[in-house]
Structure formats: structure tokens, C-alpha cells
Design a binder for this molecule. Structure first.
Ligand code: BG6
Length: 465
């Protein structure tokens, strides 16, 4: 029987409300956890009812009775992140709660805060005994989850990592990127390496370019203080964007296990660099709460990257990411080369695309050509589609639900290894040297329209969404 005490630091924040409490509800609903207690802690003066009222709109359909039972098993403690006394109080509260519910002390501690707090919070957690280093033979476990982005740049990420290692073992540390537990993202490796039709074509001889989209309609949702320090490059590209790129580009791992996959992803990131691109900021960004009136922080990025490995010689990877765009679209488009022009005088055939659609729907599709009805030699593109929810008659589980479930099981594949993070920062840090141009764009459009069109022309590509 699985049991766990969930301790959420930053329980009053956006992540807790939007993702963590809804995920905890679903974990309980789906009986992935049987015995549990939830302890929220943050600097705000709040009640448990406040926390759940904020989270409720993000849950979808709710079984009221179950929701109430979750509320009943949750407590909240107001703490000061730098204050030792606060953490002693929290530590004794955790023990009291575990006694009350007869829990053995398996603890999952989620640091749902900006990474600037990771070092001091880890220190307080270790010092107060809320968690301690894994001891051989111990019957219980304590795991710490660090939300992305891990650091603000390569240097700060290293400092944080060293600081965490002063207190805890690597096996207890989860540097998470929730994209890795999205259904279609975790399928990428399997789609690539278990279907014989893809692997022989998955290289520069047959692939023209790869486009990765990470578009959101959402703006800052009250996260101005955080976002105005991070922007799209650190909030999305350094982690979600480069994780997707590394999964598409990696070599066949020796085995399908976390460490071997991480080895291959690291090799890709080590050889990836940004060659060109431009940035953008949506109009109205500077009027958002907690954003500087003269902020130049980008909310949009369009990048051309290259990977210096034989498989990808000359193949550009494009990442397009932004907030306040026309639609939510997280997708990867692999554009195959056109067929040779021997069949017809002019090459008018659409080329093939493999699209891995991650959000809002989980599906993948292959665009091929077929004969246009009532013509002899004309073709038209058609889509072969696999829609996850429809085909499997099951709702795609939420990524944070899977994330928590896997961490309870001790599965490190949902964690990003530090060397991956280091390389990803070095790719993003190098952007400073490129001095990319930045353009304003109108909210709820595709981004800086002119710049996108010129970029597409320059690299002879066609944007998919
Ligand atoms: C988070 C970013 O990591 O991902 C947010 O901090 C962003 O700014 C979110 O909105 C997007 O996640 P998803 O799962 O909705 O694509």
C-alpha cells in the first residue's frame, strides 16, 4: 500500500493552485495513493479552505465528497523561508500529523518556489530534520522535488546543485520538468525506436528540418515578479524546449532506462547551439502587475538551432515559443525532404510530415500524399492520425499527476540530470552574445508577424501553426 506525507513549500503560489493540488486530487481519486496527509507551507496568511478554493477551478469535474476528504487531510502553516524557528515548527507539525494519521514518514517535499530559494530552503529542510540523507537500510524515504527552471543561468544552477548535495543524495533529488511526463513526450522515444519505419529515415539524409512549437494563450496570470526575471528563454526554452529537442535528436540509448536516456540527451545538448533567431514582447506586457515599466524581457522567442552530430549535419531545428499567442499549441513537426523531381517536371508534391502533438490534444499524425480524386496524376496531402484519448478510450492523465506518482515510486526518469541542465543553460546563456533583435507583437496573434515571415523566407521553411 502506498503512503506518503506531501509537504508543499510555496503552497500559496500559482503552481500549487494550478497544478499540484489538482494533481493530488487526481492521485487520490485514481487510488494511486492510499494513505496520505498534505501539509502546505508558505509565507502568506492563508487557510486550507483558501488554498482549495483557489485550486478548484483547475480540477475539472469534482467529486465533492472526495474533495472534502482531501481538504480534511490538509493543513497549512505560515512560515518565513529564512527563519529557523519556522522550520522547527514545521518539522514538529509534520511529526504530529504523521502520528495522527499513522503514517510511517515517507515524505515528498515539493519546492514550488523560484529557484532563488532552493539553497536556503534545502538548508532549512536538512537542518530541521524534515528530511535527511538517505541512510542504507532505512525503511522510509524522503525525496525533494525542485521545480524548473533550476537556476537563472549556468553559474547559479551549479551553486544550487552543490548546495543541495551538501544535504542530500542524488537519489533523493528530483529536478523536474513536467513536460517529461506528458503522454506524447514520454512516447517520443518509443515511437522512434520501436517502429522500424522511422529510425532509418531519422537523419539528415531524409529530414529537412524540425520545428518545435511551445505557444500559449496564457499571459502572466499574476506571476509578473517571477516572469520578469526569467522571460521565455529561461521559463520555457531552457527546459521544456530543449528537453523536447534532445528527445527528438538523441541516439538510440543502450537500454530504455532513465540513466541511459539521460546519457543520450546530454550528448545532444552538449553539441547544440543557437545560431540565429529573434525575440518578442507582447503589447501590454509592461502593464502587467509586478513587471517593470521599461522591461525588455522577451515573452516570445523564435530560434534556429543546430546540433553538431553526424546524424544532424545541416539540419536546422527551430523552436518557437511564446506567451499570449493565438492558440495553445505544443507540438513537434518533423519535415521530411521532398521526393526527387523525377516524377514530374516541377516538384509540386507536399513533403511528408510527422507531427507529434502534445497539447492541447495528445496525438501524432503522419502527413502523406495520396491521389486527388477525379484526377490522374495530381496528389493531395492526407493525415494518418493516432488520437490518444479517442483510440485508447481513456483521458490522457495530467502530467503532474504522473510526475508525483512516479516520484512516489522512486522513478528517476522524471528528473532531469544535472549535466543536462548545465548544458541547457550554456546554450541559453550564449544567447547574450548573439544580441538578437526584439519586436513587439499584438496579443492573441502568432507573434511578431513580419519577423516570422522574413525568418521563414530566409530559411525556406513553412511554419506549421
Ligand atoms: C511552466 C511555465 O513550466 O509551463 C509556465 O513556467 C507555462 O509559464 C507552463 O505556462 C506551460 O505548461 P503546460 O503544461 O500548460 O504546457
Amino acid at each position: 500500500m502506498s503512503e506518503c506525507t506531501f509537504i508543499i513549500l510555496g503552497a500559496s503560489g500559482d503552481l500549487a493552485k494550478r497544478k499540484l493540488f489538482p494533481a493530488l486530487y487526481k492521485l487520490v481519486r485514481d487510488q494511486k495513493i492510499q494513505r496520505y496527509a498534505i501539509i502546505g507551507a508558505a509565507r502568506d496568511e492563508l487557510t486550507v479552505d483558501d488554498i482549495f478554493a483557489r485550486a478548484e477551478p483547475f480540477v475539472g469535474s469534482i467529486d465533492k465528497e472526495l474533495w472534502q476528504s482531501l481538504i480534511g487531510k490538509t493543513s497549512y502553516i505560515q512560515i518565513d523561508f529564512d527563519d529557523e524557528q519556522s522550520f522547527s515548527r514545521l518539522a514538529s507539525h509534520v511529526s504530529t500529523i504523521e502520528k495522527k494519521y499513522g503514517l510511517a514518514g515517507n515524505r515528498l517535499i515539493y519546492l514550488a518556489t523560484p529557484s532563488t530559494f532552493f539553497c536556503s530552503l534545502t538548508h532549512q529542510i536538512g537542518k530541521s530534520g524534515i528530511a535527511s540523507r538517505n541512510l542504507p537500510g532505512s525503511l522510509t524515504w524522503q525525496r525533494l522535488i525542485y521545480e524548473k527552471p533550476f537556476g537563472l543561468d549556468e553559474v547559479s544552477a551549479r551553486q544550487i546543485n552543490e548546495c543541495i548535495h551538501e544535504w542530500f543524495d542524488e537519489s533523493q533529488i528530483y529536478r523536474v520538468d513536467h513536460y517529461l511526463t506528458k503522454e506524447l513526450v514520454s512516447s517520443i522515444v518509443l515511437i522512434r525506436f520501436t517502429n522500424i519505419i522511422f529510425e532509418p529515415l531519422w537523419n539528415h539524409k531524409f529530414i529537412d528540418y524540425v520545428q518545435i512549437n511551445l505557444s500559449e494563450t496564457l499571459a502572466l496570470e499574476g506571476r509578473g515578479r517571477y516572469y520578469d526575471h526569467y522571460g521565455v528563454m529561461r521559463d520555457i526554452v531552457q527546459n521544456h524546449g530543449l528537453q523536447l529537442l534532445s528527445l527528438v535528436a538523441m541516439e538510440l540509448p543502450e537500454k530504455l532506462d532513465a540513466a541511459k536516456i539521460q546519457n543520450e540527451k546530454t550528448k545532444v545538448l552538449e553539441k547544440t547551439r543557437i545560431d540565429d533567431g529573434f525575440l518578442g514582447q507582447y503589447q501590454g506586457y509592461r502593464d502587467e502587475i509586478d513587471v517593470k515599466k521599461d522591461s525588455t524581457m522577451p515573452t516570445f522567442a523564435c530560434l534556429k538551432l543546430s546540433i553538431d552530430r553526424p546524424r544532424w549535419a545541416g539540419v536546422p531545428f527551430f523552436i518557437k515559443a511564446g506567451k499570449r499567442l493565438e492558440r495553445k499549441d505544443t507540438s513537434i513537426h518533423i519535415k521530411f525532404k521532398n521526393v526527387d523531381c523525377t516524377l514530374k517536371e516541377s516538384c509540386v508534391y507536399e513533403s511528408d510530415y510527422l507531427t507529434i502533438q502534445i497539447d492541447p490534444d495528445a496525438r501524432f499524425s503522419l502527413q502523406l500524399n495520396t491521389k486527388l480524386p477525379e484526377s490522374m496524376y495530381e496528389v493531395m496531402p492526407i493525415q494518418l492520425v493516432f488520437n490518444h484519448d479517442y483510440a485508447l478510450r481513456t483521458a490522457t492523465p495530467e502530467s503532474y499527476e504522473i510526475l508525483l506518482e512516479q516520484i512516489i515510486k522512486g522513478d528517476q526518469s522524471v528528473s532531469v540530470r544535472f549535466d543536462e541542465i548545465e548544458h541547457a543553460w550554456s546554450i541559453v546563456d550564449a544567447l547574450q552574445k548573439l544580441s538578437l533583435l526584439s519586436y513587439d507583437y499584438q496579443p492573441l496573434t502568432q507573434g511578431p508577424h513580419e519577423a516570422l515571415a522574413q525568418f521563414a523566407q530566409k530559411y525556406r521553411i513553412r511554419w506549421r501553426v
